[in-house]
Design a protein around this ligand. Structure first.
Ligand code: BV8
Length: 255
């Protein structure tokens, strides 16, 4: 822990000045939001978790076409990890903030986990889909199947077959090269544009079009605050930057 993270007690004045009066808050989250729950991010240096897998390679329709067993094994391992994870203090703080009577708080997340919901929050948009929304990759029907428990990254696992057409069942996430769910993205864009504060938490801001959301807000003069221990692709679009981990900054902000 760096000195700064050890002594997070109060909210930077400039952040409080924007957050305290805000009544329409749009929170945009990325993998860093779930980092303190033990869910690995995509780009931070991880010991052991991503060193064997390249999300840019595996989270693609081409990987699924080429080797569905490898892709299904990777997602089964991730799903097991998410199921065993708990929402962290940051997820809980956002859910609490959303319950305040005079605040209209919307969440648009790039994350495919369900930790916001398990902390009691309502999520307006999962712009990259949901890990647990399984569907048939052939006929597109939603599937009741679930991932097997996989506690170690394994190489290959046979995906289940669709109960209707027999096609292989896939994760309901948006892969690189796939279009985002239009309704979710449009809702997230509208929420960002019409907010009186956009809070961007835990994203490197490198994946598009999700990374455009803070810029859409900024173009409308909506103040953008970034919470991230490190500089990101969002930093230049932020009016205020709080270099802090989500699990410590958000409880301080909502306390
Ligand atoms: C699209 C779901 C068009 C899957 C994800 C070539 C071909 C095709 C497309 C492209 C191309 N070149 C560029 C593109 C566009 C491409 C793209 O942006 N590529 C990037 C790599 C350049 N985008 C797409 O392909 C999108 N689709 O463009 O479609 C189209 C249109 C019509 C018809 C057909 C096609 C789809 C992109 C969605 C991909 N799916 N996820 C899965 O999860 O397996 S993306 C995935 O990666 C995440 O969802 C997330 O979006 C992204 C990871 O980013 P972050 O969340 O920011 O995480 P990261 O690890 O990067 O950063 C973590 C951050 O947290 C860091 O800043 C760190 O400092 C911080 N942090 C760490 N700890 C903490 C913390 N912060 C706070 N607290 C802490 N404790």
């Amino acid at each position: 822990m760096t000195d700064q993270q050890d002594v997070i007690q109060d909210v930077p004045e400039a952040v409080a000045a924007l957050a305290v009066p805000a009544r329409r808050v749009c929170v945009l989250t990325g993998a860093g939001m779930s980092a303190e729950s033990g869910v690995p991010t995509f780009r931070d240096v991880q010991v052991g978790l991503w060193e064997h897998f390249d999300p840019g390679e595996l989270a693609t329709p081409e990987a699924w076409e080429r080797n569905p067993e490898q892709v299904w094994a990777w997602y089964s391992w991730r799903a097991t990890l998410v199921r065993r994870a708990q929402p962290n203090a940051g997820h809980v703080a956002i859910a609490r903030w959303q319950q305040l009577p005079d605040v209209d708080l919307t969440i648009a997340t790039q994350n495919v986990d369900d930790l916001h919901e398990r902390a009691g929050a309502r999520v307006l948009a999962h712009v990259h889909g949901g890990l647990f929304d399984l569907r048939c990759s052939a006929c597109g029907r939603a599937s009741e199947e679930t991932y097997p428990e996989v506690t170690e990254p394994v190489a290959l696992l046979e995906p289940p077959e669709c109960g209707v057409c027999g096609g292989p069942v896939r994760p309901g996430v948006v892969w690189f090269g796939e279009a985002l769910p239009e309704d979710d993205f449009d809702a997230a864009a509208e929420a960002a544009r019409s907010a009186d504060l956009v809070l961007v938490v835990g994203t490197s801001g490198l994946v598009y079009p999700a990374a455009t959301l803070p810029h859409l807000a900024g173009a409308r003069g909506v103040p953008v605050v970034e919470i991230n221990p490190r500089e990101s692709g969002i930093t230049e679009a932020a009016d205020e930057v709080w270099r802090a981990p989500a699990g410590e900054a958000l409880p301080a902000l909502v306390s």
